[in-house]
Design a protein around this ligand. Structure first.
Ligand code: ADP
Ligand code: XUL
Length: 520
């Protein structure tokens, strides 16, 4: 019987699982748990905790643990042959940091399989809530960290990104500065990905290269921590972080906790968890330089693989190390699904009505434009929150839904150009890739075909594929060919007439964006 591989993805709003069967190339299980709906007692809103300061965005780590147990129970209840799962890997929202006390390792090693994780690990955290990627409360720390590295341009060259508010370096620095006693009590600082890796295998795991490149602390060329960056952040940071982890090396057997509690084979291998976007690159079949994708999740991201880093770096683009040890260029837009959702709810629409209204409205809105900054944006960085419009007088629901999505795609295409990402075809994923009208606009603005793969959960699929790639010793090409088939008839080709229209609007949009950035 051929082997099964489990991929998990702990994203902003949900925990998902995908199980693949290598021999048949089938996805045999996929399921998601939405944090707000399934775990209301944590009081999260779209997976994060409300705070009076909108720049502070944290999540409760116990919720992630409770979700992991619940999902594995449901996996077992589905009739899955747990002992056929040969390897497990996962991915997690990038940049989220987890702070653990000295007793953590002992508590981890002695987990009781009769009790769920959240009942046993509630006192291991030296910071009760974890800052996540939406947090942008670290501007002061970013300035000082960038200065220590010789300025933002230099930081970009060394670490792959300008020093960025949501990245883990600035987040750790803020914690060490504002809560020195709790920082001193912290023995280990992990990313959500390495925390979940550690739980799965029962020992302390380093942060994998992809997520380490989302910290501003890694020398991206050498794949090792940059001492100056560590020293500029906090004392004894290297000891707390451990060594960065090569994503292509196994972490060993599964923790007996999971084998005994859920019936996994005790020899089941654990592969390092990595960031959700890098994992999604594999799940979408991006294994060669030049391949590009757009993920329409809570945030919208646009990314592509590169064998070498470009000499000129766009300050808004991030270079990460991909799970296949290539490089990956990524742009992240905070106003993704949350902005679309806000407009949809404002007009009391469901997603089908939202799509219907777009299809009935005029492409290009007669030159009208909309900057979709429902909340503080990160690409470009601005706090001039609001839906700013130009040439749209008193827009009705249809005009505004279209203008918002067009604005999102025009911004993405302009910033991709600046980052040296020039897609010739795009793989689309994420919750909103179910929406045909959004993908039509994407294909026309980027002037290239858009394809959707068979699961909208490409990060969890990528994790399962990374596990299979290791154990089956297959090439990435074979692995991708087996699992990333596009859904039949979902290749959307651009309409040349509309692409020409959007080509002109891209320039107008860039000027409008500049104008708004200057005036705030
Ligand atoms: P994340 O991985 O960041 O948690 P997902 O990729 O699961 O996010 O996407 C969730 C989002 O997808 C929801 O916020 C929802 O707004 C959006 N979504 C779901 N279905 C549709 C649809 N048909 N059209 C547009 N957006 C959708
Ligand atoms: C990427 C980023 C987001 C999160 C979402 O840099 O911050 O896309 O990874 O989960």
């Amino acid at each position: 019987m051929s082997r099964l591989y489990l991929g998990l993805d702990s994203s902003t709003q949900s925990l998902s699982a995908v199980v693949i069967e290598y021999g048949s190339g089938q996805i045999v299980f996929q399921h998601s748990l939405n944090f707000d709906a399934c775990f209301p007692h944590y009081n999260t809103d779209n997976g994060v905790l409300k705070h009076f300061d909108p720049a502070v965005v944290h999540a409760p780590p116990l919720m992630w643990l409770e979700a992991l147990d619940r999902l594995l129970i449901e996996l077992g209840q589905s009739g899955m042959a747990m002992d056929r799962i040969a390897a497990v890997s996962g991915s997690a929202q990038q940049h989220a940091t987890v702070y653990l006390k000295h007793g953590f390792l002992q508590d981890l090693e002695t987990l009781n399989p009769l009790l769920p994780l959240h009942k046993q690990l509630h006192s291991v955290f030296s910071r009760e809530t974890c800052p996540v990627w939406m947090d942008h409360s670290t501007t002061t720390q970013c300035q000082s960290l960038a200065e220590s590295l010789g300025g933002q341009e230099q930081s970009n060259l060394i670490t792959g990104s300008v020093v960025t508010e949501r990245f883990s370096g600035a987040q750790i620095k803020k914690f060490a500065e504002l809560e020195p006693a709790n920082y001193a009590e912290t023995a280990h600082i992990m990313l959500l990905s390495s925390f979940l890796s550690s739980l799965c295998c029962g020992h302390l795991c380093g942060i994998d290269y992809s997520d380490a490149s989302g910290t501003n602390l890694l020398d991206i060329n050498k794949k090792s921590w940059h001492q100056q960056a560590l020293d500029a952040c906090a004392e004894q940071l290297q000891t707390k972080l451990g060594q960065p982890q090569n994503p292509e090396q196994s972490l060993g057997n599964i923790h007996p906790y999971f084998a005994q509690r859920y019936g996994f084979n005790p020899q089941c291998q654990i592969m390092p968890w990595c960031g959700d976007n890098p994992s999604s690159a594999i799940g979408l079949g991006l294994i060669e330089s030049g391949m590009s994708a757009i993920s329409l999740g809570t945030s919208d991201t646009c990314f592509g693989l590169m064998s070498d880093l470009p000499e000129n770096r766009n300050p808004y683009a991030h270079s990460f190390i991909a799970p296949n040890n290539d490089y990956m260029m990524l742009l992240c837009f905070r106003n993704g699904s949350l902005a679309r959702d806000k407009i949809r709810c404002h007009f009391n629409l469901d997603w089908d009505q939202f799509a219907q209204l777009i299809s009935e409205s005029q492409p290009g809105n007669n030159g009208g434009l909309c900057l979709p900054w429902v909340s503080d944006e990160i690409t470009p960085k601005t706090s001039s929150t609001g839906i700013h419009t130009k040439g749209l007088d008193d827009p009705d629901a249809a005009v505004l839904c279209r203008a918002l999505v067009e604005g999102q795609m025009l911004a993405m295409s302009n910033h991709a150009d600046l980052a040296g990402l020039h897609p010739t075809s795009i793989k689309a994923t994420g919750g909103a890739s179910n929406n045909r009208e959004i993908l039509n606009i994407m294909a026309n603005v980027f002037d290239c075909p858009v394809e959707i793969i068979a699961t909208s959960n490409s990060s969890a699929l990528g994790a399962a594929m990374r596990a299979a790639h290791y154990l089956e010793q297959c090439t990435w090409k074979d692995c991708v060919a087996a699992f990333t088939g596009t859904i039949a008839n979902t290749k959307i080709v651009p309409d040349k007439r509309l692409s020409t229209l959007y080509h002109k609007l891209k320039t107008d949009y860039a000027s409008f964006e500049q104008q708004m950035l200057k005036s705030h």
